[in-house]
Design a protein around this ligand. Structure first.
Ligand code: GLY
Ligand code: MN
Ligand code: MN
Length: 447
C-alpha cells in the first residue's frame, strides 16, 4: 500500500462528515481491459477508490456507510477478489478479504462473491445512495434490481434510498486542495518529469526518431521510481507538433524542426505534466523564436495569475488576450483585438483551454464551477498553465515561415498564500537556456 493508514483514515473521516449518517457511498476499482487477445492493459484502479482506500486490485467494491456503528460492523466494507494460490502464482498477489481488514483498514472484508448477499444489508434504510451509474451496465442492472427489491418488501416499509447522487461531486471537491503529503508527491512527479525533459533536450539531434526521445524520457521516469507515464507521451517533430495529442512518435526528426514534447510521470499515484518545444538543431529561426516567445510571455503571465484572487477562467481569458495580440502582430490574424476574441477567431491557432487541475489524475476532475461561476483558485490547488500556438502546415492564410510549427509550454503550478509556486521550475524554458541545452549531449549511465 502506498498511502499510510492514517492518511487514508483521515480522508475517510472527512468523507463521512460530509456524507452524513443516512447516506451510503459505493465506489468501484474498475475491471482490467483487454489489449490484445488474452493480454490486458496494465490495470490502474479508479482514482477515487485509491484516494479513499489505497486498494489497487481490480474489481474491488468499497461501501462507505457512516451511520453503521462498530456493533453493526462499522462504516467501511471492502469486497475483493478471493485469495487463490494458483491464480496468484500467474497474475500476482491478492490481499483477500482478510488482507482488506488487516492491511487496508476495512471494518469488514468480503469476497466479491458475497456482494449480492451483503450489499442489500448495507443499503437497507439508507436515505441517500452515492453511486456512479453508466460505467458498468451489468453493475447498474444489479443495483436497480436490488433497489427495486428494497422498495417492494412485503409486510415491511420500503427500505430503499430515495435519493441517488453521484459520488464524484463530493470526492472531487475534497481532492481540489492538496494536503502536504500530496504536494510532496506532486513535487516529486514534477522533478522527475523535469529531469526527463532536460535529458531529452540534451540528447536531441536531427536524424533521431521521435521514439528515441520517448524512450529516454520514459527510462528516466522508471529509473527514478515513477510507476508510469501519467498519460501517453507526446513527441512531435515538425508538423506533428501541431497535433495536440500526437502519440505515434514514429517519425524522424529533421534539421529545422521544432520538437514538441508533452510528457509527465506518475509518482505514488500523483501526476506530472510538462510540455517543452525546442529547435531540433539547437537554434530557433527568427519566425520560430517569435512564435515561441509569444507563447512563453503568455505562459509566464498566466503563471503569475495563479492566485486566490483569480478564477481559472480569468487566467484563460488573459492568456487568450495575450496570444491573440501576438497572432495579430505576427500576421496570423487581422482585426481588432476585442472582435477577434468576441468571435473566437483565435481558436484557429489556439483551440484549447490554458490549463487544468492536476493531482491523482493528470486532468484532476475537481470542480471548475461553483455556484454557476468559474471556480477561484484556492491556495493548495495545483493546476497546469499550458498555452500554445499551432499553425497547420497547409494553412495558406498564415505567413509561410510560420506554417507547420506547433509550440506549447506547460508547467505545473501550486497556488500558495505567498504566490504561485512552479513545481516544474527545474525544466528550462527561456530561449537562451533552451538553445544552450539542446544537443549539448546526454550520456546514459547505468549504475
Ligand atoms: N498531456 C495532456 C495535457 O497536457 O493536458
Ligand atoms: Mn496538461
Ligand atoms: Mn501536457
Amino acid at each position: 500500500m502506498r498511502f499510510d493508514a492514517q492518511t487514508l483514515a483521515a480522508r475517510r473521516a472527512r468523507l463521512y462528515e460530509q456524507l452524513g449518517d443516512g447516506a451510503v457511498m459505493i465506489l468501484r476499482a474498475g475491471a482490467p481491459k483487454m489489449r490484445s487477445h488474452d493480454t490486458d492493459y496494465r490495470f490502474r484502479a479508479h482514482s477515487d477508490m485509491v484516494y479513499l482506500t489505497g486498494f489497487e486490485e481490480p474489481d474491488a467494491v468499497a461501501v462507505f456507510a457512516p451511520g453503521r456503528s462498530a456493533e453493526q460492523g462499522g462504516p467501511f466494507t471492502l469486497f475483493v477478489r478471493p485469495r487463490d494460490p494458483k491464480k496468484e502464482q500467474w497474475d500476482g498477489r491478492r490481499a483477500g478479504a482478510e488482507g482488506a481488514v488487516d492491511l487496508y483498514g476495512a471494518d469488514r472484508g468480503y469476497d466479491l462473491a458475497q456482494l449480492d448477499e451483503e450489499l442489500p444489508k448495507l443499503l437497507e434504510g439508507a436515505s441517500e445512495l452515492h453511486i456512479e451509474l453508466g460505467r458498468d451496465s451489468a453493475f447498474d442492472a444489479k443495483l436497480h434490481c436490488l433497489l427495486a427489491g428494497l422498495r417492494r418488501r412485503r409486510g415491511k416499509p420500503p427500505a430503499n434510498p430515495s435519493v441517488l447522487r453521484d459520488p464524484r461531486d463530493l470526492i472531487q471537491a475534497m481532492r481540489l486542495v492538496k494536503s502536504d503529503d500530496e504536494i510532496a508527491w506532486l513535487r516529486r512527479a514534477s522533478e522527475i518529469s523535469a529531469e526527463a525533459h532536460t535529458a531529452a533536450m540534451r540528447a536531441c539531434r536531427p536524424g533521431m526518431h521521435e521514439y528515441e526521445l520517448q524512450a529516454l524520457i520514459e527510462y528516466i521516469f522508471a529509473r527514478r521510481g515513477a510507476t508510469a507515464p501519467s498519460y501517453n507521451t507526446i513527441v512531435g517533430a515538425g508538423a506533428n507538433a501541431t497535433i495536440l495529442h500526437y502519440i505515434e512518435n514514429r517519425d524522424p526528426i529533421a534539421d529545422g524542426d521544432i520538437v514538441l514534447i508533452d510528457a509527465g510521470c506518475e509518482f505514488n499515484f500523483y501526476a506530472g505534466d510538462i510540455t517543452r518545444s525546442f529547435p531540433a538543431n539547437g537554434k530557433f529561426t527568427p519566425a520560430q523564436r517569435d512564435l515561441y516567445q509569444a507563447v512563453l510571455d503568455a505562459e509566464i503571465m498566466g503563471i503569475g495569475m495563479c492566485t486566490a484572487d483569480n478564477s481559472w477562467l480569468d487566467v484563460h481569458e488573459a492568456t487568450v488576450r495575450s496570444l491573440t495580440q501576438a497572432m495579430v502582430d505576427m500576421g496570423l490574424l487581422s482585426g481588432t483585438l476585442d472582435e477577434l476574441i468576441e468571435t473566437k477567431a483565435y481558436e484557429k491557432y489556439y483551440m484549447h483551454k490554458t490549463g487544468h487541475w492536476i493531482g491523482i489524475d493528470v486532468h484532476d476532475p475537481n470542480p471548475y464551477y461553483a455556484g454557476g461561476h468559474a471556480a477561484k483558485i484556492p491556495n493548495g490547488a495545483v493546476q497546469t498553465i499550458e498555452p500554445g500556438l499551432y499553425i497547420p502546415a497547409d494553412d495558406e492564410s498564415a505567413p509561410a515561415e510560420l506554417r507547420g510549427i506547433g509550440i506549447r509550454i506547460e508547467d505545473d503550478v501550486l497556488a500558495t498564500a505567498a504566490g504561485p509556486e512552479v513545481l516544474t521550475k527545474a525544466c528550462p524554458k527561456a530561449v537562451s537556456e533552451i538553445e544552450a541545452l539542446v544537443g549539448s549531449g546526454y550520456t546514459l549511465t547505468l549504475p
